[in-house]
Design a protein around this ligand. Structure first.
Ligand code: ZN
Length: 105
């Protein structure tokens, strides 16, 4: 799960309403205790991890991606991405990477 900078995001007038609607902090609390009931782990992903900008195919970073770009094409490999699905896959893979690293440590 992404560790979003909710306070900072709410200061952005364009994002404030959406973030408040989702009530991210409450959502994180629910997911965390429900995971604990089921002996599952919630892995926080660093807020500076480039979940949206990184192409899930070739890992190239799209530094030109803006918030209004909902669909984008990777300039390196040509893969077309839905912004949210690409970010979700990157977050899932990063979570698995962190879990594996913590098990082998
Ligand atoms: Zn790519």
């Amino acid at each position: 799960m992404e560790d979003l900078n909710v306070k900072g995001m709410i200061q952005n007038k364009k994002l404030a309403r959406s973030i408040a609607d989702v009530s991210w902090a409450t959502f994180v609390t629910y997911v965390t205790y429900k995971a604990a009931w089921d002996n599952k782990k919630v892995v926080p992903i660093d807020r500076f991890f480039a979940s949206s900008k990184q192409c899930n195919g070739c890992k190239e970073k799209n530094t030109l991606l803006s918030l209004s770009d909902r669909i984008w094409v990777c300039s390196n490999c040509g893969q077309e991405h839905d912004r949210d699905i690409n970010a979700a896959v990157n977050i899932k893979e990063e979570g698995i990477r962190i879990l594996r690293a913590s098990k082998s440590a």
